[in-house]
Design a binder for this molecule. Structure first.
Ligand SMILES: [Ca+2]
Length: 579
């Protein structure tokens, strides 16, 4: 493996350095966190189903000043990859493994006993660990008991942004959020007057009737950090802030939607063109703009007739040219994208509030912030939860709308395909890294190809001292497959993977250098692309380089087999805890 991989020797070396760092911490007890040269804090922020080019600093027109600000004083990685889907991506971020190594794609019960979640590495190093938001690591169902977090707010309800029915705090179920519900029984580390502070507005008013998940997720994170500042200010923290935005259903505050109401009437073709031009100017991509692919939609989508029946005549089930839409369809779709934009916009504001809290703690300088999206934008068109009331205001609690393939193509500009595929549109994620105390670079790009499996090794590298080769629960874990990205913080091109692997729903890919071998579905033929000039996967070179196809497909199969072997057989059914 490459020398940048975390090795036992490297960590033993860092353990020695650690003891002197701890001594320094004790000596500087009375100083504010920013003045101590101790361990960095970590804030990992993840968006849900947000496309590569949605935010401003990746070419989008959505207003995201807080994220843009982090990019302006930090780094943007241009070739960071997710796994293409919610739970496998979260598995990689939280465990450092490819989901296949820990039975999480497809999910098969509990994680192997040797699997550690990030806090299991960080707690022995003196970290306090907090989580707020989506969890989806079903193989370790409880945030505190299984995940090792000190506090964990888990939102299990992915169908309701205004009235979630299933959420929990520190492994205990919270009351459903709905008008007339007595939430006074709920507990929170900072409960005031019986109502969890996260259910209150900033003025302390009970906001049960205008509860909004994105705000609540930020509130819990702020609560946890406030408690940290009061009780644990001399310990470093790791905070995992997992938004469910802008995942469907398209639910947003009406005032936020109004900010974008007419912005998207010019259509997805025009927005794609504008974003692509900005991205080329920014140096994020050098490829052509991929064409729309109206023939490809998820095979679990509702049929065109069912969508028309349940949503209305404005709905369109394909990524057609915008000019082919009726005026009614154009208006309806401009509204859907306005809601998507409002969700991203609101998430950015809530991120801003969490950043303000970190600043108040004087911890901003020495907090390593990562921002990613768990997969590309989604072409899914389904209805779940409370279903869709066609007479309800779009974006309100009684509506259930999905972005759909047209605007998903725009959000994933300039790449091909969507969430769940492993072509570039499904797996390309922004990666912003911000760390004033440890990063000299400001507003720079990094083109090192990397993957979510690299985040845990990076965190452990910077935290120092974790012995990743140690046994856990009596079993020896396979080596972490990722690499620390810390060398890339200093210079572009410092991290080189032997390979990056993908597999979701029989969509398969492997990247080695600039070569990418990729296939759609179990029966899809291998396609071969040279990503150096063709990240938009437009020129299939498989026929031209059959030897390369054979070599890379054999390599993919080798790792696929190895990863599944490492996971071992799934546990007996009676042991499974997945719903
Ligand atoms: Ca997702």
């Amino acid at each position: 493996m490459n020398s940048n991989n975390i090795s036992r020797r490297a960590f033993l070396g860092k353990a020695a350095a650690l003891s002197s760092t701890l001594a320094l911490n004790r000596l500087t007890f009375a100083q504010p966190a920013s003045a101590r040269a101790g361990k960095p804090n970590f804030l990992i922020i993840i968006a849900d189903d947000m496309g590569y080019s949605d935010i401003g600093c990746y070419g989008g027109e959505i207003q995201t000043p807080n994220l843009d600000g982090l990019a302006a004083t930090g780094l943007r990685f241009t070739q960071c990859y997710s796994t293409g889907r919610c739970w496998p991506s979260r598995t990689s971020l939280l465990t450092g493994y490819y989901p296949q190594q820990v039975r999480m794609d497809p999910p098969q019960g509990l994680l192997p006993a040797w699997t550690r979640v990030v806090p299991h590495y960080l707690k022995p190093l003196g970290y306090r660990c907090y989580h707020s938001g989506k969890w989806h690591l079903t193989g370790a169902p409880k945030g505190v008991a299984d995940g090792g977090f000190d506090h964990s707010y888990i939102l299990h309800d992915h169908n309701r942004f205004f009235t979630p029915q299933n959420h929990e705090l520190d492994d205990r179920k919270l009351p459903a959020v709905e008008e007339g519900t007595d939430v006074s029984r709920a507990s929170s580390p900072r409960s005031e007057g019986g109502t969890p502070s996260a259910l209150r507005g900033q003025d302390g008013r009970d906001t049960r009737t205008d509860f909004y998940v994105t705000t609540a997720i930020a509130n819990y994170a702020v609560d946890f950090l406030k408690e940290h500042a009061e009780k644990h200010r001399d310990e470093p923290f790791y905070c995992y802030l997992a938004f469910t935005s802008p995942h469907f259903p398209l639910h947003a505050l009406q005032d936020d939607i109004a900010r974008y109401r007419d912005r998207y009437l010019e259509g997805w073709d025009a927005i794609r063109e504008q974003r692509w031009k900005r991205m080329r100017q920014m140096g994020l991509v050098n490829c052509d703009l991929s064409p729309l692919e109206p023939d490809v939609i998820p095979n679990w989508n509702f049929t065109k007739d069912k969508l028309r029946e349940m949503i209305g005549p404005g709905e369109v089930d394909r990524a057609l040219a915008w000019s082919m839409l009726s005026e009614q369809q154009k208006r309806f779709h401009a509204t859907k994208m306005a809601i998507h934009a409002a969700m991203v916009d609101r998430m950015d504001r809530e991120i801003g509030r969490v950043l303000d809290q970190v600043r108040k703690m004087e911890a901003f300088e020495n907090t390593v912030i990562f921002f990613v999206s768990d997969n590309g934008a989604s072409a899914e068109q389904i209805i779940r939860g409370d279903m869709n009331d066609p007479s309800a205001a779009p974006g309100s609690a009684k509506s259930y709308l999905c972005l759909g393939p047209g605007w998903s193509s725009s959000s994933n500009t300039p790449f091909r395909l969507h969430k769940s595929w492993v072509h570039e549109g499904g797996i390309s994620s922004p990666l912003i890294v911000h760390w004033p105390a440890g990063l000299k670079a400001r507003n720079e790009l990094r083109h090192d190809p990397c993957h979510f499996v690299d985040v845990v090794p990076t965190v452990l590298d910077l935290a120092g001292g974790a012995d990743v080769s140690a046994t856990w629960k009596g079993e020896t874990a396979p080596p972490l497959p990722g690499m620390s990205l810390a060398p890339a913080f200093a210079r572009d091109g410092a991290v080189t993977h032997e390979f990056i692997y993908f597999h979701h729903l029989e969509n398969r890919a492997i990247r080695v250098g600039d070569w990418k071998l990729v296939a759609k579905g179990a029966d899809g033929p291998w396609e071969l692309y040279d990503l150096k000039t063709d990240r938009c996967e437009s020129k299939n070179l498989a026929d031209k380089h059959p030897d390369k196809v054979r070599e890379l497909s054999a390599l993919w199969q080798k790792h696929e087999d190895q990863f599944r072997r490492q996971a071992g057989p799934p546990p007996e059914k009676k042991q499974r805890r997945i719903k």
